[in-house]
Design a binder for this molecule. Structure first.
Ligand SMILES: [Zn+2]
Length: 422
């Protein structure tokens, strides 16, 4: 497959991108490499444009980078709003350092039924309630964020030590063998391998998450699908355990270098669309924890969440298609052009979807004065204001306005034309 913005799927961060295809090509001579998909950058293979270990992507043939941060000198815009850079061969030869440990076929993710059962059992055996003082109570605890008690029972935690997590992994491996014996008997790896987060070390022992110890247990946040099943989980590391440049929220998955399955970047539902009639209103936000907190504070809200502003736009747009949408992304779009651009792309994508499907659903933007996320605003009793797309657009200025205009021009979406006509 040749790369072009048209066949780029939805960019490096989308859920269904076969980025693990890199395993198949990485040790082949240059002439054998064929582009067959995308890879996400990692700390083992950083972005060749901005040199950061996250957010950006590249084609498996190493010919093209999609940088989410730097636009200077790019050859165009990919479908996920990233900047396209083509590399020449010389650059590739000089920079290509294959990691021998990655030269094996990727681990396929297990079916949703097994993933859901394993994560439910993980939460049963290692509930967040076990770490009340560290994760629930206190200044950064779930209660202070606004998550209510019944919802807290649906959250898990990973023990601090590598050893305790390995013991959980063994127990859950047995659980899969007992609960899904037919499935387990067909596996060439341990039964649990293929559930993101689990992997098998060189001596055959099953492991859960990375082989290191933490000072504080890790919160496990479920990402539920449209039927309420846990399709993947995110971890929240305590802020004392991550450096300034590292992310606090991580997918529970260890594809590199431990050879576990990748989680993809699924979206999270706080409700079952089958139970919610069309033309009701759904809130779109960023992060499953935020979505759950919002529902705790406003029990009538129906919320879907992406794992990040640039992730899974197509999935979100599909999920909210029958509904009126309230987009409630974090307030940092007001100061961060990169975030503003992603918000603009989502709006343009949603509006295009409405036109294509000839719908009469509405799209509004939620704004507030206090706090970063909508959950912070609701918790602080800050009034929520909903704006039409044009009202929102008219509040923008400077770099943010320019970035939104640029994104909408690229998407061939021009809502201001109707403004001029009026
Ligand atoms: Zn980059």
């Amino acid at each position: 497959m040749e790369y072009s913005p048209e066949n780029s799927h939805r960019g490096p961060m989308s859920a269904d991108i076969p980025y693990t295809d890199q395993y198949r090509i990485i040790n082949l001579p240059q002439r054998h490499r064929v582009a067959s998909g995308f890879c996400r950058v990692t700390k083992y293979r950083r972005c060749r444009v901005c040199e950061k270990p996250d957010w950006c992507g590249y084609t498996t043939d190493e010919q093209t980078s999609i940088c989410m941060r730097i636009s200077n000198g790019s050859k165009g815009i990919s479908r996920n709003g990233g900047n396209i850079f083509h590399h020449n061969r010389l650059f590739l030869v000089a920079n290509h350092r294959p990691n021998r440990r990655q030269a094996l076929p990727p681990i396929a993710i297990v079916p949703i039924e097994i993933r859901n059962a394993v994560y439910e059992e993980l939460f049963r055996r290692s509930p967040v309630l076990r770490y009340y003082s560290q994760l629930i109570d206190g200044p950064n605890g779930l209660l202070s964020r606004g998550l209510c008690q019944p919802e807290i029972q649906n959250y898990g935690a990973l023990p601090r030590t590598h050893k305790e997590r390995a013991s959980l992994a063994r127990a859950l491996n047995k659980f899969v063998m007992l609960r899904f014996p037919m499935y387990a008997s067909r596996r060439t790896h341990a039964a649990i391998v293929g559930v993101p987060g689990f992997w098998q070390d060189d001596t055959g022992n099953v492991q859960l998450w990375k082989p290191r110890n933490y000072n504080i247990p890790l919160l496990v946040i479920p990402y539920r699908d449209d039927k309420g099943r846990i399709q993947a989980c995110q971890l929240r590391l305590h802020k004392s355990e991550v450096s300034h440049s590292q992310k606090k929220y991580r997918w529970l998955a260890c594809p590199f270098p431990f050879r576990g399955a990748s989680s993809g970047t699924p979206i999270h539902f706080t409700f079952k669309p089958a139970d919610l009639p069309p033309v009701k209103t759904v809130v779109i936000t960023e992060g499953a924890l935020k979505a759950d907190i919002l529902v705790s504070l406003r029990p009538k809200a129906h919320v879907v969440a992406t794992s990040g502003v640039s992730c899974s736009h197509a999935e979100i747009i599909h999920a909210v298609r029958p509904y009126n949408a309230l987009i409630a992304f974090d307030a940092d779009y007001k100061t961060n052009p990169v975030v503003a651009r992603q918000l603009a792309r989502l709006i343009a994508g949603r509006e295009r979807d409405i036109v294509i499907h000839q719908l009469s659903t509405t799209t509004k933007i939620v704004c507030w004065q206090t706090g970063k996320g909508i959950d912070d605003a609701v918790l602080a009793n800050s009034p929520l204001e909903t704006m039409t797309i044009l009202e929102w657009f008219s509040t923008l200025e400077g770099k943010i306005l320019a970035e939104v205009k640029r994104a909408w021009n690229e998407a061939n979406y021009h809502p201001w034309i109707s403004l001029i006509k009026k």
